[in-house]
Write a protein that binds this ligand. Structure first.
Ligand SMILES: [Zn+2]
Length: 434
């Protein structure tokens, strides 16, 4: 027998019952499977853990973690099924715990059992979440923003995927100016009877298990091409192996190690990238210096492109063997969009240490980059006339920059003279001030 059976006492603690928020909310249950006599055991094999289910729910999730370093393998078995490996969660890098991939269970799953090839250093912590069927409100898509000529795709906002309002945003969001778009997969099933509930399950996993401030991704896309707003545009997420600054993270829902993204989902990804690239002045087919990692990265990268960088804290196959090779075609398709071609022609596409956005602007532009390198700034009209402006400096702990206020609409040339003598020019297209 491969695994030695060890009789274990099971204690349910923390919250042994289901937590009911209100009649339409998802319900959670946290408990720990404790071990006894671990010094004498080489292997861990749990008893069957009985699960609650609600016939009206869409499905359940199980989050499993060990609150200590643990290098062993973990397997699980649902009632009446074979043992399957449970891989580690690819977005987590916590040094003193091991979190495993979120398990999505059919609604009427009655029990689950776990085993490992090593003794566990502590109890196996488990969080079950029962996802209530999503009752999406009318007109729940995110409001339109007119900050770019590339059209904003339809977006399922937070009140759309979490209509009960029980999935709050980060109370102290950190703004970032993305230079790079990072594509992920969720490593979970590509199909679901309730994708908004899948997004909620990731919100719960990231906040209540990982301990993050919000869902890690800026955006998620399901197999039908529906785009969900996570942290949204211009907010730093938690997705790129401890190198999140200056990135936006898009998660394609599905496991693209063993399935292939749908053409509809890829089209939605391209539309979202075009809109973000247009808004943030990201040239889709280009590569540029990613300031946080110090690496030259393709502006549209897969999560695995961060592997082996000195600043990286994890290694991953994300976004999967069947999605990663599609990125080159995606970069090209986005580049070929007419809306973006027009904008690129009016924008600076040089490799400079500074990025100016949004461009076109509405009376103000943000300068991202090390403002300490700047010796002087000048703004000229197209006829060479010097234009007055105001600059408010932004000095943060991890990045610096400034807000440039420009009163008059029109096309201008911004000349940045650095202390090392180099000069870069940027075209600024200024709309009427708000
Ligand atoms: Zn990833």
């Amino acid at each position: 027998m491969k695994y030695i059976l060890v009789m274990l006492a099971i204690f349910f603690c923390v919250n042994s019952g289901l937590t009911q928020y209100n009649s339409s909310s998802d319900r959670s249950r946290d408990f720990t499977v404790e071990l006894k006599n671990t010094p004498t055991t080489s292997y861990f094999n749990s008893e069957k853990i009985q699960l609650s289910f609600d016939v009206s729910a869409s499905f359940s999730t199980i989050a499993v973690f060990v609150n200590a370093p643990f290098s062993g393998q973990l397997e699980y078995q649902l009632e009446g099924q074979t043992w399957r490996p449970l891989s580690r969660y690819h977005e987590d890098n916590h040094p003193t715990r091991e979190i495993f991939e979120l398990l999505f269970l059919p609604n009427q799953t009655t029990s689950v059992q776990f085993r490992s090839d090593r003794a566990l250093p502590s109890g196996l912590s488990i969080r079950q979440l029962m996802l209530t069927k999503t009752d999406q409100p009318q007109n729940a898509t995110a409001s339109k923003r007119e900050d770019c000529v590339c059209p904003q795709p339809d977006i399922c906002g937070r009140s759309c995927w979490c209509p009960t309002g029980n999935c709050p945003t980060d109370p102290t969001p950190v703004a970032t100016a993305p230079s790079h778009i990072i594509v992920h997969h969720s490593a979970s099933a590509s199909t679901s009877n309730d994708f908004p509930a899948v997004v909620r399950s990731y919100w719960d996993f990231h906040v209540n298990v990982n301990g993050w401030d919000d869902i890690g991704y800026n955006w998620l896309i399901d197999g039908a091409g529906v785009i969900y707003e996570g942290r949204g545009s211009g907010t730093q997420g938690a997705h790129f192996s401890c190198m999140n600054t200056e990135t936006t993270g898009i998660c394609m829902i599905g496991n693209f190690e063993n399935s292939t993204p749908t053409p509809t989902a890829i089209t939605a990804l391209e539309n979202l990238i075009a809109w973000e690239a247009c808004d943030k002045m990201i040239v889709p087919a280009d590569s540029s210096n990613h300031i946080t990692s110090g690496a030259l990265l393709a502006n549209i990268s897969g999560h695995r492109d961060g592997n082996n960088l000195p600043a990286s804290c994890t290694s991953t196959v994300c976004p999967g063997v069947n999605l990663y090779p599609l990125l080159q075609g995606i970069r090209q398709n986005v580049t070929d969009k007419a809306c973006l071609n027009d904008l690129v022609a009016t924008r600076d596409i040089e490799h400079t240490p500074f990025r100016i956005f949004p461009n076109p602007g509405n009376g103000q532009f943000q300068i991202a980059g090390d403002i300490h390198q700047i010796a002087a700034l000048h703004i000229f009209s197209q006829t060479g006339q010097i234009i007055p402006f105001n600059l408010n400096l932004l000095i943060g702990s991890t990045s610096t920059g400034g807000i440039l206020h420009l009163p008059n609409p029109g096309l201008f040339i911004l000349k940045i003279i650095r202390k090392n003598g180099s000069v870069t020019t940027h075209k600024l297209l200024n709309g009427p001030a708000n």
